[in-house]
Write a protein that binds this ligand. Structure first.
Ligand SMILES: [Zn+2]
Length: 453
């Protein structure tokens, strides 16, 4: 009876998954989690290629494939991917980051074969459908997407911040969308070569969460994917070779810089950003608690200092953002009132105060509560779970990682929070970005314009 109760308590924890992991003969990793709450299936297929794997001249190519993968493959004509999936009751989307390219869809469980056929055809046989006309079309679409994104207010902020934070030769210096020159210049042979290098079953994880029987679903996956050829593993060490080695602890790049962007905005914004270690680093739980001590409404340090108490800004936030190789701890705020130098000083003062006034028990409890509900929200729907399981596979090589992370978060002390703040939120690893209306003189003094070519 006790054992049964313990088991059901375990299964009820949304951070826990009993997903099964399989490897096909061609190297494709398949992760299956039965979830019978609805009659749908969520699919996430993540490839281990992102902007950081692009060589000089290839900037934007990982994201370009996010488009080309919908343009047809050996047995799927141009435009049929979306039509066929929609007719079967499904929908799909994709995204690219510096670290990976993710394709995802959801569909009624009866459409599993259709979904697996579509994904396997483009994983194994995309080049048969990729011609110059498709490439030219998608180059235009991507350039348009880039132009529209950058024309939006604040559409360039994070690309500019990434540039300031990383030296030119670093894999995270250039943006995911790429440079106009590189995207315009893509040639069919080079693009085919990029795909061949990275789109391999051994460099992919397929996750299914939803209403299926484990064994039957695995048999369907084997049926559709077993003829995808295996050219061997992809070599990320090769594509990232010689680019900014990150030995020891950050800051690795001791080039503090203040940048400025003029943008079609009404108010002034300031981002202050520090280098932190990448995801799966042992300090990640303490940094996460620090970010929630700093921001998350009244009673948090940055929000009170900038907004609630002093009314210096229209908003304020602090967050830790992690990539595979490194991360950033960002404090940001926008204002129509004072010059940004005043905000800058207030941010530094608030950070420095952590040492003299460590977080109280109440602050820690509140931060941890917020993290717990955030983690649970990441494991809610089948789509959320499939995405998170894929992320855990990439970071830790296992489908379940959030419960471990939560255990570490729960153990974080006030001393831990002060230690990571003192270690990482230091001038040597700090950059700032002012975003101001055209001709406005409110940027930080000495800030230099950031150019995004
Ligand atoms: Zn796109």
């Amino acid at each position: 009876m006790l054992t049964l109760l313990a088991l059901s308590a375990l299964a009820a924890d949304p951070l826990v998954t009993e997903a099964s992991v399989h490897t096909l003969d061609n190297g494709l990793t398949v992760v299956l989690e039965e979830d019978t709450r609805s009659d749908t299936i969520a699919l996430h297929l993540h490839y281990g290629v992102g902007a950081r794997d692009e060589l000089a001249g290839e900037y934007g190519c990982a994201h370009l494939f996010e488009h080309l993968m919908f343009e047809g493959s050996a047995n799927v004509p141009t435009n049929a991917f979306d039509t066929w999936l929609t007719e079967a009751g499904g929908w799909n989307n994709a995204y690219t980051s510096a670290d990976e390219t993710a394709y995802h869809m959801a569909f009624p469980s009866g459409a599993l074969d259709m979904a697996l056929f579509l994904e396997s055809d483009r994983m194994g046989f995309l080049l048969a459908g990729l011609d110059q006309a498709n490439l030219d079309n998608q180059i235009k679409v991507v350039l348009q997407e880039r132009a529209e994104g950058y024309a939006n207010p604040h559409g360039r902020d994070f690309d500019a911040l990434g540039k300031l934070q990383h030296p030119v030769e670093d894999p995270y210096h250039h943006s995911v969308i790429g440079t106009v020159a590189d995207v315009e210049g893509f040639q069919i042979d080079a693009v085919r070569d990029f795909w061949t290098r990275w789109y391999r079953p051994e460099n992919a994880v397929l996750v299914l969460v939803g209403n299926f029987d484990d064994e039957e679903a695995l048999a369907r996956v084997e049926h559709w994917f077993s003829d995808v050829p295996n050219p061997g593993p992809a070599d990320r060490a090769w594509s990232n070779k010689g680019k900014s080695p990150r030995g020891g602890n950050p800051p690795w790049f001791v080039t503090p810089a203040d940048g400025v962007l003029e943008d079609q905005v009404q108010d002034r914004s300031l981002y202050v950003s520090w280098q932190i270690p990448g995801q799966s680093h042992a300090d990640m739980p303490a940094l996460e608690v620090l970010s929630w001590v700093m921001s998350g409404g009244r009673g948090t340090r940055i929000d009170d200092a900038l907004y609630y108490d002093k009314n210096l800004t229209n908003d304020a936030s602090a967050f830790a953002w992690y990539s595979d190789l490194d991360g950033v701890f960002v404090v940001s705020a926008s204002t129509t009132k004072p010059k940004l130098s005043k905000i800058d000083k207030a941010i530094d003062k608030t950070v420095a105060k952590l040492s003299s006034t460590p977080p109280s028990e109440d602050e820690l409890k509140r931060a941890k509560r917020s993290i717990r509900s955030y983690l649970e929200s990441m494991m809610e729907s089948p789509e959320d779970r499939a995405e998170q399981i894929a992320a855990c596979m990439r970071m830790y090589g296992k489908p379940q990682c959030l419960d471990d992370f939560w255990t570490q978060v729960d153990a974080v002390s006030a001393d831990d929070v002060v230690r990571v703040a003192e270690q990482y939120l230091v001038p040597e690893g700090r950059v700032s970005l002012s975003v101001v209306p055209p001709g406005d003189a409110g940027a930080l003094e000495g800030a230099t314009p950031v150019e995004l070519k």
